[in-house]
Design a protein. Structure first.
Length: 247
């Protein structure tokens, strides 16, 4: 299974710097073929120009969210079909920032994954516990519950990747220990057994303060099939170094 290095730009980037970042990554990818897949997920306003900047490169494009319905009266929303039409192959769903800020429930996330599937997009489902939940010894249960309630049954591995993103590790500079990551990723693999057709071939990414200096250690943990990267994906050299660690 090829690892995946995915960059979540979040609400960052205007046209000029987004295009420059994408072109920088495309130039690196043209010079130096990586052994892993590379994905960037810019804000929706940049999808079209970034799709153009990446047109002749191997770097994939993804959205950061989609609606559960294919079209209609949903002001301010974007559908999975629109993402596909803009050149996306992936969409990040259920990110903890959206769960917290937009109140997205597992049921809402499940509908979005169905919509992504209908549009032919691969969904990257984010799961992960808060610090209070980890301290209470509930990390494994929280992740299992999120998987069970967010994943439509019978998905193919190509339709889904799971990103384990402990909420307390996102943007904080803190990461779980390799042992803690190994424990949760093995648990996710087991849980996927009842939910996805071929769980051994479903990518399980780690996300939360992945940086060039910790990427090698994080990416060599068992059952870690890539990284979902926030802050460090906004700097081409840093994201590239992480991708190299994935590869
Ligand atoms: C994220 O929000 O998906 C993320 C992993 O952020 P950061 O790498 O900045 O912790």
């Amino acid at each position: 299974m090829r690892k995946l290095a995915a960059g979540n730009w979040k609400m960052n980037g205007l046209k000029a710097d987004g295009i420059a970042l994408a072109k920088d990554l495309a130039a690196r990818a043209a010079r130096d073929a990586l052994g892993c897949e590379l994905l960037v997920c810019p804000p929706a306003t940049l999808l079209a120009p970034i799709a153009e900047a990446l047109a002749s490169s191997s770097i994939a494009l993804g959205g950061q969210n989609c609606h559960g319905e294919p079209k209609g009266a949903h002001t301010g929303e974007i559908s999975a079909t629109m993402l596909k039409d803009a050149g996306c192959a992936y969409v990040i769903l259920g990110h903890s920032e959206r769960r917290a800020e937009q109140g997205e429930s597992d049921a809402v996330v499940c509908a979005k994954i169905e919509a992504a599937r209908g549009a032919g997009l691969s969904a990257i489902l984010c799961v992960g516990e808060t610090l209070a939940q980890r301290d209470a010894g509930q990390a494994l249960d929280v992740v299992a519950r999120q998987l069970e309630a967010s994943l439509p049954k019978g998905l193919d591995p190509s339709e889904i990747a799971v990103a384990y993103e402990p909420v307390w590790a996102i943007g904080t500079g803190r990461t779980p220990t390799p042992l803690q990551i190994a424990e949760v990723h093995a648990h996710i693999r087991t849980c996927l057994g009842g939910l996805v057709r071929d769980p051994g071939n479903t990518r399980i990414l780690y996300g939360g303060s992945v940086k060039p200096d910790n990427a090698q250690a994080l990416m060599s943990v068992a059952n870690v099939d890539g990284a979902l990267v926030g802050g460090a994906s906004l700097v081409a050299a840093d994201f590239w170094a992480i991708a190299k660690a994935c590869a």
